[in-house]
Ligand binder design. Structure first.
Ligand SMILES: [Zn+2]
Length: 298
């Protein structure tokens, strides 16, 4: 799959957006994730990306893996450490490209303290640990665990492809664009998923897992400002009064269809990119875990 061109414009826009991050309302990202439709889509397409006997294993158990892929979101209520496993607020590690972010979790905790690292989000390490658990499950040829960790890995890697899981402005709350998180990942997906083409891509070895996960996070982050900019423009052009969609009384009230049509026209390509990249990376990581375990038979 192709990489991403980082334009100077995008960097400039991001820098200007960062200026607006003057106050941070402490909210957790709990409850936010690609909606079930998105998670199911790239878990299914990751299976379609596989090849040969390895694909047979996943095809045979496709429905179990797809069914379990929302598991990590459901565990948020039971495990107090689970909510922070679904995001990473990259800006809390300095200016782009966030060089203060030490990818070694223990070293980072030594430097910043566990509380702060957890608060900034631990998605990268959750994905890495799940990959290692999957390798172990392949080693032991424990089918139940293989399916469980494959589903978990698809979830975390999928979340990492969602731009709003990589920023402290995760719901547009810092720029007056509240609700953008679910407008992008759930409402837009629910309305337009059928129009997102699947770009089949056979798994390849992505190299060191943590390096790859970090690359995905930075890549996702680079779309944040583009989506926010389009949201701002469309809301202004359609003269949408955001206040009508805020507050308890308006809970669940959706922006007009015309807004989503315009959003899809302008960021449908981003959606296509993130969902297909997620499917590709998930397929690669499943396959790499199997390879690392010595390609056991099933
Ligand atoms: Zn999640």
């Amino acid at each position: 799959m192709p990489g991403f061109v980082r334009t100077t414009d995008r960097l400039k826009r991001r820098a200007s957006l960062l200026l607006f991050f003057c106050s941070y309302v402490l909210l957790t990202a709990q409850g936010f994730a690609w909606g079930p439709a998105g998670h199911r889509w790239f878990t299914n397409r990751a299976t379609d990306n596989l090849e040969g006997p390895f694909q047979e294993l996943f095809s045979k158990h496709r429905s179990t893996v797809v069914q379990q892929t929302m598991g990590p979101d459901y565990r948020k209520d039971q495990d107090p450490e689970e909510p922070s496993r679904h995001f990473i607020d990259l800006e809390l590690y300095g200016e782009f490209p966030f060089s203060d972010l030490d990818l070694n979790y223990d070293r980072l905790v030594d430097r910043l303290g566990k509380e702060r690292v957890e608060k900034n989000g631990t998605l990268l390490w959750a994905a890495q640990r799940t990959f290692e658990k999957l390798v172990e499950a392949f080693h032991r040829q424990n089918l139940e665990q293989i399916l469980l960790y494959s589903a978990d890995l698809s979830h975390y890697v999928g979340d990492l492809h969602q731009p709003f899981h990589t920023t402290k402005n995760f719901d547009g709350q810092l720029t007056g664009q509240l609700g953008i998180h679910s407008r992008f990942e759930s409402e837009l997906v629910n309305l337009y998923l059928e129009r997102v083409p699947f770009l089949k891509a056979a798994p390849t070895d992505l190299g060191p897992v943590m390096g790859q996960l970090h690359e995905v996070a930075v890549e996702s982050y680079q779309w944040v400002d583009d989506i926010l900019r389009v949201d701002r423009r469309v809301v202004s052009e359609l003269e949408i009064d955001r206040k009508q969609y805020l507050g308890k009384a308006n809970k669940g009230k959706k922006y007009p269809d015309q807004y989503f049509k315009r959003l899809f026209d302008e960021v449908g390509g981003v959606l296509e990119n993130r969902l297909n990249q997620a499917a590709y990376r998930v397929g690669c990581l499943w396959w790499m875990a199997w390879e690392k375990a010595g390609k056991p038979d099933f």
